[in-house]
Design a protein around this ligand. Structure first.
Ligand code: MLT
Length: 223
Protein backbone atom coordinates (compact mmCIF):
# COMPACT_ATOMS: atom_id res chain seq x y z
CA UNK A 1 0.00 0.00 0.00
CA UNK A 2 1.04 3.56 -0.60
CA UNK A 3 0.21 6.11 2.11
CA UNK A 4 0.76 9.80 2.59
CA UNK A 5 1.44 11.33 5.99
CA UNK A 6 0.60 15.01 5.81
CA UNK A 7 2.53 16.07 8.89
CA UNK A 8 5.20 14.88 11.29
CA UNK A 9 3.09 13.54 14.16
CA UNK A 10 2.03 10.01 13.42
CA UNK A 11 4.42 7.44 11.94
CA UNK A 12 4.37 3.73 11.19
CA UNK A 13 6.69 1.17 9.68
CA UNK A 14 7.22 0.88 5.96
CA UNK A 15 9.55 -0.68 3.39
CA UNK A 16 10.48 2.78 2.12
CA UNK A 17 9.83 6.25 3.50
CA UNK A 18 10.17 9.18 1.12
CA UNK A 19 10.66 12.36 3.15
CA UNK A 20 9.27 15.45 1.42
CA UNK A 21 10.17 18.96 2.50
CA UNK A 22 9.99 20.87 -0.76
CA UNK A 23 10.56 24.25 0.95
CA UNK A 24 13.36 23.68 1.49
CA UNK A 25 15.28 20.92 3.33
CA UNK A 26 14.93 18.05 0.87
CA UNK A 27 15.44 20.42 -2.08
CA UNK A 28 18.72 21.45 -0.43
CA UNK A 29 19.79 17.81 0.07
CA UNK A 30 19.07 16.96 -3.57
CA UNK A 31 20.85 20.10 -4.82
CA UNK A 32 23.94 19.58 -2.67
CA UNK A 33 24.40 15.95 -3.76
CA UNK A 34 23.76 16.88 -7.40
CA UNK A 35 26.54 19.43 -7.09
CA UNK A 36 29.07 16.94 -5.80
CA UNK A 37 28.72 16.95 -2.02
CA UNK A 38 30.01 13.66 -0.62
CA UNK A 39 27.38 13.35 2.08
CA UNK A 40 24.78 15.24 4.08
CA UNK A 41 24.22 14.47 7.72
CA UNK A 42 20.82 15.62 9.02
CA UNK A 43 20.79 16.55 12.71
CA UNK A 44 18.04 17.90 14.95
CA UNK A 45 19.86 20.53 16.97
CA UNK A 46 22.10 23.50 16.35
CA UNK A 47 24.52 22.22 18.98
CA UNK A 48 24.98 18.88 17.21
CA UNK A 49 25.62 20.70 13.93
CA UNK A 50 28.19 23.10 15.38
CA UNK A 51 30.10 20.17 16.97
CA UNK A 52 30.73 18.75 13.48
CA UNK A 53 32.71 21.82 12.43
CA UNK A 54 35.83 20.32 14.03
CA UNK A 55 35.43 17.28 11.81
CA UNK A 56 35.61 19.40 8.69
CA UNK A 57 31.91 19.60 7.90
CA UNK A 58 30.20 22.57 6.25
CA UNK A 59 27.47 23.62 8.69
CA UNK A 60 24.15 24.50 7.06
CA UNK A 61 20.57 25.13 8.04
CA UNK A 62 18.08 27.56 9.45
CA UNK A 63 15.76 28.53 12.22
CA UNK A 64 12.68 30.57 11.27
CA UNK A 65 13.93 30.23 7.65
CA UNK A 66 17.02 32.34 8.35
CA UNK A 67 20.70 31.25 8.39
CA UNK A 68 22.27 31.07 11.84
CA UNK A 69 25.15 33.35 12.63
CA UNK A 70 27.72 30.68 13.37
CA UNK A 71 26.75 28.62 10.29
CA UNK A 72 28.52 28.47 6.92
CA UNK A 73 25.33 28.27 4.91
CA UNK A 74 21.60 28.73 5.33
CA UNK A 75 18.83 26.57 3.94
CA UNK A 76 18.68 27.99 0.43
CA UNK A 77 19.40 25.45 -2.32
CA UNK A 78 21.08 28.31 -4.21
CA UNK A 79 23.87 28.25 -1.62
CA UNK A 80 24.73 24.63 -2.39
CA UNK A 81 26.18 24.85 -5.88
CA UNK A 82 29.81 25.10 -4.66
CA UNK A 83 29.97 22.04 -2.43
CA UNK A 84 31.85 19.49 -4.56
CA UNK A 85 33.86 17.09 -2.40
CA UNK A 86 32.47 18.39 0.88
CA UNK A 87 30.70 16.87 3.86
CA UNK A 88 27.69 18.84 5.07
CA UNK A 89 25.74 18.78 8.30
CA UNK A 90 22.22 20.20 8.02
CA UNK A 91 19.71 21.21 10.68
CA UNK A 92 16.33 22.73 9.82
CA UNK A 93 13.10 23.51 11.64
CA UNK A 94 10.95 20.72 10.20
CA UNK A 95 12.74 18.68 7.53
CA UNK A 96 15.77 17.31 9.31
CA UNK A 97 13.71 16.57 12.43
CA UNK A 98 11.31 14.51 10.36
CA UNK A 99 14.20 12.60 8.79
CA UNK A 100 15.46 11.66 12.26
CA UNK A 101 11.95 10.55 13.23
CA UNK A 102 11.50 8.52 10.03
CA UNK A 103 14.63 6.53 10.93
CA UNK A 104 12.57 4.82 13.65
CA UNK A 105 10.14 3.46 11.08
CA UNK A 106 12.22 2.31 8.12
CA UNK A 107 15.73 1.26 7.17
CA UNK A 108 15.14 2.67 3.73
CA UNK A 109 14.72 6.43 3.68
CA UNK A 110 15.07 8.69 0.66
CA UNK A 111 14.78 12.44 0.19
CA UNK A 112 12.34 13.74 -2.40
CA UNK A 113 11.82 17.08 -4.12
CA UNK A 114 10.31 18.25 -7.40
CA UNK A 115 13.94 18.59 -8.51
CA UNK A 116 14.33 14.78 -8.57
CA UNK A 117 10.73 13.64 -9.12
CA UNK A 118 11.43 10.92 -11.70
CA UNK A 119 14.30 9.46 -9.66
CA UNK A 120 11.96 8.98 -6.70
CA UNK A 121 9.35 7.23 -8.80
CA UNK A 122 11.88 4.93 -10.45
CA UNK A 123 13.19 3.87 -7.04
CA UNK A 124 9.82 3.11 -5.44
CA UNK A 125 7.78 1.88 -8.41
CA UNK A 126 7.96 -1.81 -7.36
CA UNK A 127 8.21 -1.37 -3.60
CA UNK A 128 5.27 -2.88 -1.74
CA UNK A 129 4.78 -0.56 1.23
CA UNK A 130 5.61 3.10 0.76
CA UNK A 131 5.05 6.17 2.90
CA UNK A 132 5.32 9.61 1.35
CA UNK A 133 5.96 11.59 4.51
CA UNK A 134 5.41 15.33 4.26
CA UNK A 135 7.37 17.48 6.71
CA UNK A 136 4.51 19.99 6.75
CA UNK A 137 4.86 23.43 8.13
CA UNK A 138 4.83 24.02 11.89
CA UNK A 139 2.78 20.84 12.32
CA UNK A 140 0.25 21.97 9.72
CA UNK A 141 -0.29 20.51 6.27
CA UNK A 142 2.06 21.95 3.65
CA UNK A 143 0.59 22.82 0.26
CA UNK A 144 3.90 22.20 -1.53
CA UNK A 145 4.71 18.86 0.14
CA UNK A 146 1.18 17.62 -0.60
CA UNK A 147 1.52 18.77 -4.20
CA UNK A 148 4.75 16.77 -4.55
CA UNK A 149 3.16 13.69 -2.96
CA UNK A 150 0.39 14.01 -5.56
CA UNK A 151 2.89 14.38 -8.40
CA UNK A 152 4.68 11.18 -7.30
CA UNK A 153 1.37 9.34 -7.03
CA UNK A 154 0.24 10.49 -10.44
CA UNK A 155 3.37 8.98 -12.00
CA UNK A 156 2.87 5.74 -10.04
CA UNK A 157 -0.77 5.66 -11.16
CA UNK A 158 0.31 6.03 -14.78
CA UNK A 159 2.55 2.98 -14.50
CA UNK A 160 -0.25 0.89 -13.05
CA UNK A 161 -0.04 1.23 -9.28
CA UNK A 162 -3.53 1.30 -7.78
CA UNK A 163 -2.83 0.30 -4.17
CA UNK A 164 -3.48 3.74 -2.76
CA UNK A 165 -4.54 4.32 0.81
CA UNK A 166 -7.21 7.05 1.23
CA UNK A 167 -4.48 9.53 2.17
CA UNK A 168 -2.78 8.85 -1.17
CA UNK A 169 -6.05 9.27 -3.06
CA UNK A 170 -6.53 12.67 -1.41
CA UNK A 171 -3.06 13.84 -2.52
CA UNK A 172 -3.52 12.36 -5.99
CA UNK A 173 -6.83 14.12 -6.54
CA UNK A 174 -5.45 17.37 -5.14
CA UNK A 175 -2.58 17.23 -7.62
CA UNK A 176 -4.94 16.32 -10.46
CA UNK A 177 -6.94 19.50 -9.96
CA UNK A 178 -3.88 21.70 -10.41
CA UNK A 179 -3.14 22.95 -13.91
CA UNK A 180 0.44 23.91 -13.09
CA UNK A 181 3.03 23.45 -10.37
CA UNK A 182 2.63 26.71 -8.57
CA UNK A 183 3.56 27.15 -4.92
CA UNK A 184 0.83 28.97 -3.03
CA UNK A 185 1.23 27.74 0.55
CA UNK A 186 1.85 29.69 3.74
CA UNK A 187 5.55 28.86 3.84
CA UNK A 188 6.07 29.78 0.17
CA UNK A 189 4.45 33.15 0.83
CA UNK A 190 6.54 33.58 3.96
CA UNK A 191 9.77 32.80 2.12
CA UNK A 192 8.84 35.27 -0.62
CA UNK A 193 8.16 37.89 2.05
CA UNK A 194 11.65 37.26 3.47
CA UNK A 195 13.24 37.80 0.04
CA UNK A 196 13.66 34.14 -0.91
CA UNK A 197 11.50 34.26 -4.05
CA UNK A 198 14.34 32.74 -6.09
CA UNK A 199 14.37 29.73 -3.76
CA UNK A 200 10.65 29.21 -4.23
CA UNK A 201 11.04 29.39 -8.04
CA UNK A 202 14.09 27.07 -7.93
CA UNK A 203 12.37 24.42 -5.81
CA UNK A 204 9.36 24.31 -8.17
CA UNK A 205 11.48 23.05 -11.07
CA UNK A 206 10.79 19.45 -12.06
CA UNK A 207 13.52 16.89 -12.73
CA UNK A 208 16.48 19.21 -13.10
CA UNK A 209 18.61 16.64 -11.25
CA UNK A 210 18.85 12.90 -11.70
CA UNK A 211 20.03 12.25 -8.17
CA UNK A 212 18.49 10.17 -5.44
CA UNK A 213 19.58 10.85 -1.84
CA UNK A 214 19.44 7.62 0.18
CA UNK A 215 20.07 7.49 3.91
CA UNK A 216 22.86 5.08 4.81
CA UNK A 217 23.57 4.83 8.55
CA UNK A 218 22.69 8.42 9.35
CA UNK A 219 23.94 10.30 6.29
CA UNK A 220 22.48 10.95 2.87
CA UNK A 221 24.60 9.85 -0.03
CA UNK A 222 23.91 9.57 -3.74
CA UNK A 223 22.41 6.23 -4.67
C1 MLT B 1 12.30 23.26 7.36
O1 MLT B 1 12.94 22.20 7.46
O2 MLT B 1 11.58 23.66 8.26
C2 MLT B 1 12.35 24.11 6.12
O3 MLT B 1 13.25 23.60 5.23
C3 MLT B 1 12.39 25.56 6.47
C4 MLT B 1 13.00 26.47 5.44
O4 MLT B 1 12.36 26.81 4.44
O5 MLT B 1 14.14 26.89 5.60
Amino acid sequence: MISVLFGPEKGFSSDVIVVLDVLRATSVIVTALANGALLIKPVSSIREAVKMKKEGYIIGGERSAVKLQSFDKGNSPLEYFDVAGSKIVLTTSNGTRLIKKAMKYSKNIIAGAFLNLTEIVEYIRNVENIILWCAGNKREVSYEDTLLAGAILEKLNRIGRRDFHDSALVALEFFGRRKEIKFRGTHARRLIGLGYEKDVAFCSQVDIYSVLPVLREDVFIKR
